[in-house]
Structures are given as C-alpha cells and as structure tokens.
Design a protein around this ligand. Sequence first.
Ligand code: SF4
Length: 441
Amino acid sequence: MAKIAFVSLGCAKNLVDTEQMMSALETAGHEILPDIDNTDIVVINTCGFIESAKTEAIEEILEVAKLKAEGRVGAIIVAGCLVERYREELMTELPEVDAIVGCGAFLEIGQAVDAVLAKEKKAVFGDLNAPIKGQSRMLTTPPYMAYLKVAEGCDNHCAYCVIPSLRGKYRSRTVEDVLDEAEGLAEYGVKELIVIAQDTSRYGTDLYGKRMLPELLKKLADIKGIEWIRLHYLYPDEIDDELIDTIASLPKVLHYFDIPIQHVSDHLLESMNRRGDGKYLGELFKKLRTKIPDCVIRTSIIVGLPGETKDDFVKLCDFLKKHKLERAGVFAYSAEEGTLAAEMPDQVPEELKQRRLEIVTDLQSRVMNDYNERCMGKTLRVLCEGFDRYAECWFGRTYADSPDVDGKVFFSSSQKIREGTFVDVVIEDTLDGDLVGSIVE
Ligand code: SF4
C-alpha cells in the first residue's frame, strides 16, 4: 500500500474528480496524505483549457519532479484535462511523469497506481461519453460546504472553448443519484451546497428530455441540514421564468446568479457560437432584478475575441456600466489550438487585448465597490468560516459571496464562533473589495 498525496488544479468540477480519486484509492487501502513531501506517489489533477492553466499545470509537474529527483517523491501521476488534451505528447515531453489518467478514467486511477508501484509507465484512458453517477468522495472543502456536480461534459461548443473535446458530451446524473449524494453531504454536516456542471441550467435535458433544474432545486431544498444552495454556470438562454420563479420561491436557494455571458456584441456572440444576443442579455438581467430585487449577478467576460472592434468593446463597457453585474471574472481571449476561434481572421493584438482587460477590470471593480457601499448599515447573514489571526477578527461569506472567487466579510465578536455557523453581521465599512462589520450579539 502506498502513501499518496494529491494536487488539484483548475475548477471546482475538477476538484470533485480529485475527491473521488482520493476516495477510490483510500478504499483500495492506500494512505492519502495532505502533504506531497515524502510520499510514494503524487497525483496532479490538471486543468488545460487555456494557456495560463496549461502553464500552471506544467510548472506544478516540474516542481514535483524536483522533489522526485531529490528522492522525496517516488512517482508522479498526472490526471485531468491537460492529459486529455495532450494524450500523445505529455509523457514524451515530460519524462518525469510515470503515468497519466484521462478525464474518462478517473475511477481507474488504481491501475495507474499499481503500474507505477511496479515501476512501469502507464496511460489510462476511458470513454469520455460514458454515463456518470455519484461516487464516494474525500471532501477537501471545509466540512460545512461542498460542491455538487450534477452533470459532466458540454454540448454548447462555443468557438473559443476546448472543454467539449476534453470532457465529452453533456451527461446529467439522475435526480435520485444527485439527491442521494446531497443527503449524504447533509448528514456529514454540509450546510452550503454549490451546484456545478459545465452548464448547470441544461441539467436533465439529455436524460429527461426537459430542464430538470427547477425540480431538482425543490427536492434539494427539502433536505434537512442544507441551508444554502448556490448555483454556478447558468447558460443565459436557458434561464426561463420557471427557473427564476423556483429560485424566488425557495428561501434556501441563494439569490446569486452565476451567468457567464462572455460578451454582448451580437456579431461576436454569433461568431463564437453563443446563443442569445445583447438585447436578450439586457432583458434577462432586467427581469432578474425585477423578479428578485436583491439578486447578485456574477458573470465572466472575454475581451479581445477575434473580430472584436472598438465599437464592440465600447458596447461591452456601456452594457456593464448599465447593468452593474456585481461580480465578474474578466479574461483576455486566449487562442487555443483545436478551436474554431483560433483559426478566425482579425485576431486582436496582444497589447490591445491587455489594455481592454485593464479597462473592464477597473470598470468591474468600481461596480463591486458601489455594491459594497450599498451594503453599509445593512445586517447580513454570514456563514462564519474562521478567525483571521492577523486581522484579529472573524471572517465569512454572505449569500453574495461564492468561495474563492468573491469577497469576504470581516467582523468583530466578543464570543467565540464555530466555523460553519450562521451569524448576523451589521456592515460598518468596506475594505479592498471586502466588507467589515460587527456581529449582532
Ligand atoms: S458552455 Fe461554452 S465555454 Fe462553457 S464549457 Fe461549454 S463550450 Fe466551453
């Protein structure tokens, strides 16, 4: 039996895969360790969908390879999207790697472990389009929150994206299977469920022939112990009245909408094979604000897409100024080999891309600060996440803050607070994108 440690890169969907691999190996009798030093095997679960993610993965592999050369790590197994994308090249270009595991074979990680323990090189791949179902997991998130992956793959085929080729076609889990896992997580003490997929709003269409997210949410909301249900990755044109009204009617489902739009220029959305135009997006956000006035909207924006003109960029900035989307991940377009967009004419020069990235990032940080200013004087429910020894105060998140991507609330309290408990905090100040306040004793 081996001492094994994991490094998980990329998105929350990848983290769930890591947790399933950890559990599969522990069940097989291996010891899963939190630290990579002095282990028999390090498994690096990679991301590989854009240049910066690829660079991060390769740097991590080379870092671990240094430890291997010093005899502090026995073998390296690389898994995930970088492996799926560079099946042929990866082991030849990185001879330090002992085995690779593709996105369709996470649960066959044991084969790779057995091979490297026998000092053999191994490549394990599986069916990228195989049906998916829940697996036992070793939770790596704090015990009061967990990601709930309801589907895998994607059928949207946005022109700039390689994910469908790495993760396969869209496959939902059954409602029963998802509920089973959610009930198990609630028994374990999870209070916040973050529902994820490449496209969460499409949930169920492949299995049930219709969108099943509203029905799933009603059932998840019935689970005792779960207090917050947060949705990520909603595709704009799949957000219909039924979904909005369901979210409005279920107190546990947070008024937090993660809706990647990427851009608002009609000709760019069309050339990127994105459904919905600028007018539709504007009306969607207006409808959300009308039906759910305290809703907080997160989005992701790509500047510098092939063919983006100055007019397109001005249109994007005007749209963001008008709709004040409280949270946004802003990226400069990265031409990825194997995508339609990378072959398109009118690629935007890198310098101009970076300039536009700066402008939108500034714009969005002003929008976020305005939102924080509007929180002043309000009493907000906060999920306490711990005590900050440097700031000497407690910290946590409100419904408007998703872990790792949004802000926090720092607050004072005369009492000791257990992580994972909900408290009320009156907001008294803002600080660098975060909120500051004191507990309502
Ligand atoms: S919705 Fe588009 S950007 Fe998102 S994973 Fe699918 S193809 Fe990629």
